[in-house]
Design a protein around this ligand. Structure first.
Ligand code: GLU
Length: 504
């Protein structure tokens, strides 16, 4: 690569970052790390009407949580700042003037009514473009002198790009290949708004140029804007400094039809934001963090939504992702968001966490329930549930049953599997268990298996019942270990409570 590799993640603080934003940030990050480049955070906050307080902080906290730490950005240092576009207003107006002077842009004074009238003509499809600009009120039709006078008099105005007539605009997208647009489809985009603020297109291109951005990796929804961006690079005479463009495939709803939207979380019952977002009226959307995701697992899951290294490998450490990542291996078609797969990744990552660390978490989670666990108990809960947990908080969800009263028994089990003729067997079990001196799972197993051999009850009927008695549900880990952990006295009591319940 000839130019230094500098990539930016450029979110607008208009609300919480969607999980697709984290994927975009991740791909930018992986690419820069692979090529020893710089990963830059640029906050695109020029649309003051859509600015949401707290959103910038949210974006930064989300990036920090997943560990995608910018090398440059607001609060991160760097020599190309400021990295917040609202602090760069003067820069954009200077460049806009340059374009006007070069005849590549012009001042426009049209009122909202005039613009509406233009739009409404021709069946509501009319654009402000090279066919129509001659009928409008701008420095092209009025002449520069009149335009300047109007501006001196305080008439509101915008600056528009003078899109050239009848040209093909070609984008060589790294992922999509050659994508071409025709200027007859492109309007004279506003570059500077009447409040003096630049539009997204203007600020984005100027900043990519000034920040020496080598590659733009962003969502597919920006592909059509790129045509205007290419025209802007040409208009400025910066064509040779234009970054390479790579437009990522969409992340699709689990059903596969349509883009995964911020609203889909509520509809499908999974998070779509990295960390929780508090909506102003007190409503809170919980994020992947609150759901219990390990940040590395989330990154691994997101990395594979639209990219693979051409093999069947699914689990990658962040270093392996960096080594393997390439833009050429990003797919063109949309990637379906499969939340169950995300959970699978989390489960795999939990297996990598050392027992000592997990035990600390188990103790902490129980402590929050006002249950102070001994070391041995934490280890036992870890042992019992390590093959079943998807999130680390599941240890507590599964394990708390040994410390709290049982208030519910699995309805289906009681209705379908329980038969009154099992009662004597349950009573015998209580006696057998009470008599065990060497309190250990192996001994419990031997005694119970001996009992089953008498034919009093089938193992398939007994063991699920014992789980229900101990925990309320018929599924769970090794039943003999469960009994051991429950403890002799508590087990006998729980059997008694269960028998009473069945007899009711
Ligand atoms: N500010 C745009 C956004 O919110 C940035 C798009 C781009 O990366 O150019 O996604």
């Amino acid at each position: 690569m000839d130019k230094p590799v500098r990539l930016r993640f450029a979110p607008s603080p208009t609300g919480p970052l969607h999980i697709g934003g984290i994927r975009t940030a991740l791909y930018n990050y992986l690419f820069t790390r692979k090529h020893q480049g710089q990963f830059i955070l640029r906050v695109e906050d020029t649309d003051q009407g859509r600015y949401v307080p707290g959103a910038e902080e949210y974006i930064i906290n989300s990036l920090k949580w997943v560990g995608l730490i910018p090398d440059e950005g607001p609060g991160f240092g760097g020599e190309f700042g400021p990295y917040r576009q609202s602090e760069r207003k003067a820069i954009y107006s200077k460049y806009a003037q340059q374009l006007v002077e070069k005849g590549e842009a012009y001042y426009a004074f049209d009122s909202a009514e005039e613009l509406n009238a233009l739009r409404d003509s021709n069946g509501g499809n009319q654009k402000y473009d090279y066919n129509t600009r001659h009928q409008m009120k701008n420095s092209v039709t009025l002449g520069m002198e009149v335009a300047k006078k109007k501006m001196d008099e305080g008439d509101p105005y915008v600056i528009r790009l003078k899109v050239p007539e009848a040209q093909e605009v070609v984008i060589e997208d790294v992922i999509r290949g050659r994508v071409s647009f025709h200027t007859s489809d492109l309007d004279d985009k506003v570059l500077i708004k009447s409040d003096g603020m630049p539009t997204y297109h203007m600020a984005n291109v100027i900043d990519d140029y000034l920040m020496k951005i080598s590659h733009v990796i962003r969502g597919e929804e920006w592909l059509s804007s790129t045509a205007h961006h290419v025209l802007l690079y040409k208009a400025f005479g910066w064509k040779n400094d234009m970054p390479a463009f790579a437009h990522l495939p969409l992340i699709l709803k689990p059903t596969g039809n349509g883009k995964l939207s911020k609203r889909d979380g509520a509809q499908f019952g999974f998070p779509v934001f990295p960390i929780s977002w508090i909506v102003s009226d007190g409503v809170e959307f919980s994020g992947f963090r609150e759901y219990g995701f390990e940040p590395d697992a989330l990154l691994n899951f997101l990395a594979l939504l639209g990219w693979n290294n051409g093999t069947e490998q699914e689990l990658f450490t962040i270093d392996e992702l960096i080594q393997n990542f390439s833009l050429e291996k990003i797919v063109k078609s949309g990637a379906r968001f499969d939340f169950e797969k995300g959970k699978w990744f989390n489960q795999q990552y939990l297996h990598k966490i050392p027992e000592t660390e997990m035990v600390l978490r188990i103790r902490r989670d129980f402590h929050e329930l006002n249950i102070d666990l001994k070391d041995d108990d934490c280890h036992m809960i870890y042992e019992l549930y390590k093959d079943r947990v998807v999130f680390s908080k599941d240890y507590c969800d599964f394990g708390k049953v040994y410390f709290e009263e049982i208030t519910h028994y699995d309805k289906e089990f009681v209705e379908k599997k329980w038969k009154p003729e099992h009662l004597p067997a349950y009573q015998s079990i209580q006696e057998i268990i009470s008599g065990i001196q060497d309190w250990h799972a192996a001994e419990i197993e031997t005694r119970l298996k001996e009992f089953v051999k008498t034919g009093a009850i089938k193992p398939g009927e007994l063991f699920p019942a014992l789980r229900v008695a101990m925990s309320g549900i018929p599924t769970g880990p090794d039943v003999f270990k469960m009994i051991q952990f429950t403890g002799k006295e508590k087990f006998v009591k729980r059997m008694e409570q269960f028998i009473q319940y069945l007899k009711r």
